[in-house]
Write a protein of this length. Structure first.
Length: 267
């Protein structure tokens, strides 16, 4: 029998939650360039921090098996060593609600934004590695009902930030540093694979496709040999990490921004 990958849709916290990188709000690696006006921050985004349940209630009818939920590290630990237990519990609450709707939940430990206190050059600093491991264990302990874990959602973008200036630290042509960053990211992932708490939940093989892709690309993606296929993203979002989304928010309501043909393929 042909194996069908689990179809998950992403909820990328930085772009959709709101409450990050604004005045008196937790700061991420995007804060310096937001402050300089080089790009807009997420602002209030779609306000999902208080509204996740409404959006999750829509997911089962869209043809997905589950959601990939980004746990924003800057929200959970806004200052080094100061953990916001209420924020962790909120993420756990969101995961439980998704599961009550019959959805699987995979959590992302580090997405495209990391806490500002780690520094823009975080992936070159050896002292950062044990902090990622600590954060991952904290997330898994708090969200024990989650079905799976992805350590780094977009490690290639972190590396490209040293070569093509497409992401923090916004450098260009620093191939040696890019190679070192890749080694450190891979080393952290390997350490967590061997961790008795996190390792058993790490998803072995994943793939991703944009909901804005050509329909032929979507069909091809559905045939990939992987454990979980992620569709990016459920919501369009705001700020530097926004992307194509199946839904967008208008006048307080969530409306479809994708074609019925795409939904027919997913279902």
């Amino acid at each position: 029998m042909e194996r069908r990958p689990r179809r998950y849709v992403t909820l990328e916290g930085y772009a959709v939650e709101g409450g990050l990188d604004g005045p008196y709000q937790p700061s991420t690696c995007f804060r310096p360039t937001v402050a300089l006006g080089r790009h807009a921050g997420p602002g209030d985004a779609d306000g999902l921090w208080l509204d996740y349940e409404r959006v999750l209630d829509l997911v089962p009818d869209l043809g997905f098996d589950g959601v990939r939920l980004s746990v924003e590290w800057a929200r959970v630990e806004p200052y080094r060593g100061e953990v916001d237990d209420a924020a962790l519990e909120r993420y756990a609450e969101v995961a439980r609600h998704a599961q009550s709707r019959g959805l699987g939940v995979t959590v992302v430990v580090v997405d495209r934004a990391w806490p500002a206190w780690l520094g823009l050059e975080a992936w070159l600093l050896p002292w950062v590695a044990p902090l990622v491991v600590e954060h991952a264990r904290r997330v898994v302990q708090s969200m024990e009902t989650a079905n799976g874990v992805v350590v780094f959602a977009k490690p290639d973008l972190f590396v490209d930030g040293y070569i093509h200036s497409t992401a923090p630290p916004w450098r260009r042509g620093a191939q040696v540093d890019a190679d070192f960053a890749r080694k450190q990211i891979d080393s952290i992932t390997a350490t967590l694979r061997d961790d008795y708490l996190v390792g058993p939940k790490i998803i072995a093989s994943t793939s991703e496709v944009s909901v804005g892709s050509d329909l032929s690309e979507v069909r091809a993606a559905l045939q990939r040999d992987c454990d979980e296929l992620y569709f990016r993203s459920l919501l369009r979002g705001h700020g530097p990490t926004k992307c194509a989304g199946l839904l967008f928010k208008r006048a307080g309501n969530y409306e479809l921004s994708s074609s019925e043909e795409l939904l027919d393929i997913l279902r």
